[in-house]
Design a binder for this molecule. Structure first.
Ligand SMILES: [Zn+2]
Length: 389
């Protein structure tokens, strides 16, 4: 056998091992026969892979169930406690930290709000507090690392923050440097939209094949293309700034300094601003929008409908550009309920080319609480699986 063939076989083995681990992460107990069916591999391959995973301790035996008349089948399952990951979500209002097991189950959760005087010193103090608490919780020998989901754009591979429209005091904050210096850990960093997308792909919510566009709708608005259920990363693993695409050139001023951005019209905060809720603490503004909208307050209905139409047009533009098989919506804005989702959907079908919308699957993935922190922690779990020999 020549070198190329050995390499090819090694790659196939690695791919099958990753696929087995990813599947075990989503499922509970499963027999080898079921794995053969689900992974479309031959029995000998699955027996070899599971024996190796059992030996290394990442997979454990989990009793047996009897098949129809045949001999009982032994079940196996992922040992979720084999390793842990920490996920941290940075937001202009709060910082959340979690410790998750290999199946994404939250073992520790802590959120701290920033006070009304939001400055860099306070932000870093809270970030340190949350990180320290998460590190204290975890057995360091089992810790895979720290994943950080950040907002703003990244200026370089170190993920130095730039164009932080929602929190200008964080300009030039070097995330890698902060974690390396303070805790001796080089973090895995992504933007919050990508972290959300990683939750969606890890949970098997999107299609396995073709192009899916995931739209995260909240205080920020983001879009990530998923090809065959894999995130397509752009430069510095950032998903871009869909929320700052310009919808109305003469429109209202956006936090980024330009006019008429999608976020300046249709984000949770911009809706609150249009309802003159700026006197409320930041965290109470969007819940008040939801309350007034569901109580049929005429101005709230007008503002929310206008935001839904604008989002629908922006999404239709993406559909016309990229011709996806599937559109997935998630995020805080979906707290506005089914009529809001339906109006976005109708608008997309109104403006997308019929050939592109005819077989388009359009799904509501829910409001996505904790998806960002679990998703960013899962970046470390993905890395473990990728390198599992
Ligand atoms: Zn903007």
């Amino acid at each position: 056998m020549d070198k190329d063939e050995i390499l090819k076989l090694k790659n196939i083995k690695k791919r099958n091992t990753i696929a087995t681990l990813q599947l075990l992460r989503r499922l509970d107990k499963v027999s080898r026969v079921e794995l053969v069916e689900l992974l479309k591999c031959d029995g000998a391959t699955i027996t070899r892979i599971t024996a190796s995973l059992l030996k290394k301790g990442i997979v454990k035996r989990a009793g047996s169930k009897s098949s129809d008349g045949g001999r009982p089948r032994e079940n196996i399952q992922l040992d979720a406690n084999y390793r842990y990951a920490i996920g941290i979500e940075l937001d202009a209002n709060f910082i959340t930290g979690v410790a998750v097991d290999l199946k994404g189950k939250i073992l520790k959760h802590e959120t701290l709000q920033l006070g009304e005087q939001r400055n860099r010193k306070e932000f870093l103090k809270i970030l340190d507090k949350i990180t320290t608490h998460c590190l204290e919780f975890c057995d360091r020998k089992k810790l895979l690392g720290i994943g950080v989901a950040a907002f703003g754009t990244f200026a370089n591979e170190n993920k130095t923050l730039e164009s932080v429209a929602d929190f200008h005091a964080l300009e030039n904050f070097n995330i890698t440097d902060f974690f390396t210096r303070k805790y001796g850990i080089v973090p895995e960093i992504s933007d919050t939209t990508t972290a959300h997308a990683n939750y969606i792909t890890g949970s098997g919510i999107c299609r396995n094949s073709g192009l899916s566009l995931l739209f995260c709708l909240g205080r920020g608005i983001g879009c990530v293309p998923l090809v065959d259920s894999k995130i397509t990363f752009s430069k510095y693993s950032h998903s871009g700034e869909f929320g700052h695409t310009i919808i109305d050139i003469d429109g209202v001023l956006c936090n980024c300094g330009r006019r008429g951005c999608l976020e300046a019209i249709a984000s949770s905060l911009s809706m609150a601003k249009q309802l003159n809720l700026n006197d409320l603490p930041d965290i109470r503004r969007f819940p008040e929008v939801v309350k007034r909208y569901t109580e049929n307050d005429s101005i709230a209905v007008k503002v929310v409908k206008s935001a839904a139409r604008t989002l629908g047009i922006a999404i239709a533009n993406q559909v016309n550009s990229l011709m996806p098989d599937e559109v997935l919506l998630t995020g805080e804005l979906l707290k506005l309920g089914d009529p809001f989702f339906e109006l976005i959907r109708e608008t997309v079908y109104e403006y997308a080319f019929p050939a592109f919308s005819r077989n388009l699957v359009f799904s509501n993935c829910g409001t996505g609480e904790n998806h960002v922190v679990i998703g960013v922690g899962a970046l470390l779990i993905d890395r473990l699986f990728q390198n599992f020999e």
